[in-house]
Write a protein that binds this ligand. Structure first.
Ligand SMILES: [Mg+2]
Ligand SMILES: [Zn+2]
Length: 199
């Protein structure tokens, strides 16, 4: 069985630009490369799980999303970080594109994408984590049986709570999240590898 870290895309892997598929406006979040490198070196599969209701709403199509995902994968691969799989939910209950305008089991907070990935990639969900910038990510992770990290950078604004929406860990530093998951002392990393932005 594999272990995985499921990662939200918009606002977690990349800077939050709502409904964006413009390659020029795709920029990595702070410390993503360091964080994902550490997770990858510790044998976690890296799996992107992303709500893309913009497809149901007709803002862009799946082909455009594929190009954006490929661009993102390229940005990371340039630093030897390799995404093992991208999953996305194209649905939205208020969509206008008939095929995608519906309730589904994959739109987070539902855990459908994580459950599908676990079947397709033989993932042990109990030894896996979900990281995302809002509580729907946290809930999806917990509903799938994973532990969850809230990447808390101000993108969650409603804070509607239930018992599935309490993160196991909360941080505004993705490298800290990775260190916690890998059980590495963050202070030790900082001593030996100062972050570029802190120089
Ligand atoms: Mg997000
Ligand atoms: Zn869906």
């Amino acid at each position: 069985m594999n272990k995985a870290v499921f990662i939200d895309k918009d606002g977690t892997l990349i800077k939050n630009v709502p409904y964006n598929v413009d390659l020029e406006r795709i920029a990595l979040e702070n410390r993503v490369v360091e964080a994902l490198s550490m997770l990858q070196q510790n044998d976690y599969l890296l799996i992107v799980v992303s709500n893309q209701g913009g497809i149901a709403k007709g803002y862009f199509n799946e082909k455009q999303l594929m190009k954006a995902n490929a661009h993102l994968a390229g940005l990371l691969a340039a630093s030897d970080v390799f995404i093992d799989a991208f999953y996305y939910c194209p649905h939205h209950p208020d969509g206008v594109i008939a095929d995608f305008a519906k309730k589904c089991n994959c739109r987070k907070p539902a855990p459908g994408m994580l459950l599908q990935a676990s079947q397709e990639l033989q993932i042990d969900l109990k030894n896996s984590w979900m990281i995302g910038d809002n509580l729907n990510d946290v809930e999806a992770g917990h509903l799938a049986g994973c532990k969850s990290v809230l990447y808390d950078v101000g993108n969650e604004t409603e804070w509607v709570m239930n018992r599935f929406r309490k993160p196991d860990y909360k941080t505004s530093n993705l490298l800290k999240a990775a260190a916690m998951i890998c059980e590495v002392k963050y202070e030790n990393i900082e001593e030996h590898e100062p972050a570029p932005e802190s120089l």
